[in-house]
Write a protein that binds this ligand. Structure first.
Ligand code: MLT
Ligand code: MN
Ligand code: ZN
Length: 306
């Protein structure tokens, strides 16, 4: 399997249009150790000919332009694309807005939870994706689905998370109306080689069910939004903690680094990294710390072969 990180940043990207935080202003000034990143998405293939997108970010057009393997193949017809499927892990804007760049008559299958498909159906702008060309398939939770033409098998499973910001129900108390299926983790496997990996770009906590699933995995690409739960508050960027946004932090007793310590995951890579996160700076002590704990920090264009 070939995995390409199309975009490694969280919603807003890096730098974010309205953000003057230390990282964003630094990357604009060309400070060494910082590099720009687009919003959260992966592309996966087993043969390099057909590809599945895992999330469709608002930066998709730019990401595809930067990735020659995802352009129409030279010998293909007048209109074609090697993208044959797209899978959504939630309904957040950073993971769905790129669908609007896949109109123009592309043919692919769209997979998501029934909850996320419901959010798309209730927003008529997504009807630009003609359902005859882009069938929408509800992923059965915890069961394998064969990805036609790709030779890959996909499994989606619910993980702790939060309903998208634009669907939050203030009257629903601390859950904001979150239900099962609002946030998924994915397992992608190649039956021909027996390889597989997990992709969990949004996750509020590593609960026992998730820990059990990830135990012994060869590769996990995991939510790296924040380093500390209150970093956006401390930097004067927001009034929200990571917990309020549905994201576990890297550090701390309840953080992802600690949670993975007993899981024996061979390769651990942070994705969906917010622009406030100090690990974005390659020279930072926080970056040294996550690397010392055995984690990698994804960057746009990163390639992984399994
Ligand atoms: C998130 O991951 O928390 C969301 O993408 C935030 C947003 O909507 O920008
Ligand atoms: Mn996001
Ligand atoms: Zn910023």
């Amino acid at each position: 399997m070939l995995i390409k990180v199309l975009g490694s940043a969280a919603g807003g990207g890096f730098p974010q249009v309205n953000c003057n935080c230390r990282n964003c202003s630094g990357v604009r000034r060309g400070v060494p150790g910082l590099r720009a990143r687009t919003q959260s998405s992966l592309a996966v293939s087993r043969d390099g000919a057909a590809w599945v997108l895992l999330n469709a970010s608002p930066d998709l057009r730019q990401q595809l332009a930067a990735t020659p393997g995802l352009a129409p193949h030279a010998e293909a017809g007048a209109r074609s694309s090697p993208i044959t499927a797209a899978v959504l892990t939630n309904g957040d804007v950073d993971h769905i807005a790129g669908l609007l760049s896949l109109r123009e008559g592309l043919t692919f299958t769209l997979y998501a939870s029934a909850r996320v498909l419901g959010a798309l159906s209730s927003n008529s702008v997504f009807d630009v994706l003609d359902r005859r060309l882009v069938p929408r398939v509800a992923l059965p939770m915890g069961r394998a689905t064969e990805l036609a033409r790709l030779g890959l098998v996909l499994e989606g499973f619910p993980v702790p998370g939060k309903v998208p910001l634009y669907l939050e129900d203030a009257a629903a108390g601390s859950s904001f109306g979150t239900r099962e299926g609002d946030t998924l983790g994915l397992r992608v496997s190649d039956p021909a080689t027996g390889t597989s990996f997990f992709y969990v770009p949004g996750c509020a906590a590593v609960d026992p069910a998730l820990a059990e699933r990830l135990k012994g995995a060869a590769l996990v690409l995991f939510d790296g939004t924040l380093y500390t739960d209150d970093e956006m508050i401390a930097q004067g960027l927001s009034t929200k903690t990571g917990g309020r946004m549905g994201h576990i932090s890297m550090s701390g007793r309840d953080g992802s680094i600690a949670a993975f310590q007993a899981l024996d995951v061979k390769r651990r890579i942070f994705v969906h990294i917010n622009n406030s996160n100090p690990v974005l700076c390659e020279e930072s002590p926080e970056r040294a710390e996550v690397e010392a704990a055995g984690w990698e920090v994804a960057f746009d264009g990163m390639e992984i072969r399994l």
